[in-house]
Design a protein around this ligand. Structure first.
Ligand SMILES: *Cc1c(COP(=O)(O)O)cnc(C)c1O
Length: 372
């Protein structure tokens, strides 16, 4: 039974339900303009870099010890940032919100249980469900990518899921969810309801957060990340807000000391600089709005965006446009939605490069009769 060194994955005693799966991953290609992973294009300011370096040097002297396994001070800072009357007991943090989502699936999903999502949405919801042996049920969004409260509630009753995933603003469509949808789902969900708000800070003024509903719904969980608005993707910090009992549930499945002392202090430094960091959000939103306007002016289909990216299309074959942009040094994301592509709002000069590359691709494609 022993496998030869170098023998294929299929020769290993892998779980049956993992056979044939592909690892998640956007291509990490070395091209001049990378607008494919919804990162904030603004690097941390020098003053934050210095503060982080000092904080890391300080914590380095104690790295012989395990970190605070409760990440208490970080959770206090996160609760203060979220406002809405939240305190540290209602907040949990981990290595990226993907780890938070995994812990939620470990605690509330698992074999014999089902998670429900409304697609197209963030593919990691389905993949994390699968990796934790949680069943997956998918319902479709309407043609404009919105959700109807009554239809969403009917889907919940039909599937009786242990976990419902909602995503607002939704990746990859950028659509924000009105709170009546969240309320309608919470009112009939037999399990927990997770609202993934990775892009909340980029929403237009007046677009509400599901945080406001936490006092009314015991099983509502709102997940957030520092990867996008805080320009902190490389540090891996995600978090959630929920009732304290939800946090107790996650303590049962988290690994001991899951959040390193280094991560905890750099995240606290970033939160202390939140005014500087969130100032970049306004710049990113301006570029997002410019992309929407420019693409609509070109007659393309463009979904309304409350995020730092834009879903655009109307292409007979989006793969040709994706390749054409790449050939011109611009990497966007083909999210597997026929006819559509997703572009991240980058720096002004990156957006300019994207628009001129797109014009060149479309001009060539119209001549060849393939793109429109
Ligand atoms: C980017 C993203 C995340 C964030 O993942 P991290 O692990 O925190 O970097 C979570 N949810 C959605 C919908 C995202 O697009």
């Amino acid at each position: 039974m022993s496998a030869e060194p170098g023998s294929p994955l299929s020769a290993l005693p892998l779980r049956e339900d993992l056979r044939g799966l592909e690892p998640y991953g956007a291509p990490q290609l070395d091209v001049p303009v990378r607008l494919n992973t919804n990162e904030n294009p603004h690097p941390p300011p020098e003053s934050l870099v210095e503060d982080m370096a000092a904080a890391v040097a300080d914590v380095a002297r104690g790295l012989n010890r395990y970190p605070d396994r409760e990440a208490t001070r970080l959770r206090e800072d996160l609760a203060r940032y979220l406002g809405n009357g939240l305190d540290a007991a209602q907040v949990w943090a981990a290595n990226g919100s993907n780890e938070v989502l995994q812990q939620l699936c470990q605690a509330f999903g698992g074999p014999g249980r089902v998670a429900l999502g409304f697609e197209p949405s963030y593919s990691m919801h389905r993949l994390i469900a699968r990796a934790t042996a949680t069943g997956w049920a998918a319902e479709s969004r309407r043609a404009d990518f919105t959700l109807d409260p009554d239809e969403a509630a009917a889907a919940v009753r039909r599937h009786s899921p242990s976990i419902v995933f909602l995503c607002s603003p939704n990746n990859p469509t950028a659509t924000a969810l009105p709170l009546d949808v969240v309320s309608a789902v919470c009112a009939c969900a037999p399990g927990v309801v997770v609202v993934d708000e990775a892009y909340a800070e980029f929403a237009h003024a007046g677009v509400p957060s599901a945080l406001a509903l936490l006092p009314r719904h015991e099983r509502l969980i709102v997940t957030r990340t520092m990867s996008k608005a805080f320009a902190f993707a490389g540090a891996r910090v995600g978090y959630l807000a929920a009732q304290p009992a939800v946090v107790d549930a996650l303590r049962l499945v988290r690994l001991p000391y899951h959040l390193s002392a280094v991560t905890q202090v750099v995240a606290r430094s970033a939160l202390a600089h939140r005014d500087d960091l969130l100032a970049t959000v306004a710049a990113v939103k301006a570029e997002r709005d410019r992309i929407v306007a420019e693409l609509r002016a070109r007659g393309l289909a463009v979904a309304d965006s409350d995020a730092n990216f834009v879903l655009f299309g109307g292409f007979p074959d989006q793969r040709i446009v994706w390749q054409g942009l790449l050939d011109r040094g611009v990497l966007v994301r083909d999210v597997g939605l026929p006819g559509w592509l997703r572009v991240t709002a980058g720096l002004p000069e990156e957006v300019d490069a994207f628009l001129s590359a797109l014009d060149a691709v479309l001009a060539g494609a119209v001549l060849e009769g393939v793109a429109r």
